[in-house]
Design a protein around this ligand. Structure first.
Ligand SMILES: Cc1ncc(C[n+]2csc(CCOP(=O)(O)OP(=O)(O)O)c2C)c(N)n1
Ligand SMILES: [Mg+2]
Length: 129
């Protein structure tokens, strides 16, 4: 898993180079593209440009999914699993950050919800609080 803010860091691309050189075709990067990072929008803080094209330029095979569609993610992972073509893979997952009251608010990057917020979040996600 790599965040789009995280993808501004050089270490990501050093690892990508290495994956390409050693033909690590069972490496799957899931790139979470929510257009936010810790203190603002990625476009304001440090524009990423086209991350799919960047991974492609580093020798990755590119897949696209709706990052909220777990079945699509699983289907994509299954099809990738069978591919032994020498290319590392990147799944570009478009997402929206957060449950309702967190949506598109970068302030929730590292904040813990209080009890009430936690219970609401779990209810929205269909989990047990
Ligand atoms: C190796 C390393 N470098 C820098 C940081 C500082 N840092 C914390 S969060 C973050 C990026 C957050 O943006 P993103 O990856 O898009 O996560 P999101 O807020 O969307 O979940 C960075 C660079 C870190 N945690 N580790
Ligand atoms: Mg992000």
């Amino acid at each position: 898993m790599v965040g789009d803010g995280e993808a501004q860091e050089g270490e990501i691309w050093e690892a990508a180079n290495t994956a390409h050189k050693y033909q690590i075709d069972n490496l799957v990067v899931i790139l979470d593209v929510n257009k936010l990072q810790i203190d603002g929008s990625t476009d304001d803080v440090m524009p990423n440009g086209d991350l799919a094209e960047k991974f492609k330029a580093f020798g990755f095979e590119i897949y696209y999914v709706d990052g909220h569609d777990m079945e699509a993610i699983c289907r994509t992972m299954d099809s990738i699993h069978l591919s032994k073509n020498g290319l590392p893979k990147a799944i570009i997952a478009q997402t929206v950050k957060g449950v309702s009251y967190m949506e598109n608010d970068c302030g929730w990057h590292g904040n813990a919800p209080n009890k009430e917020q936690y219970e609401q979040a779990m209810a929205e996600l269909g989990g047990k609080a």
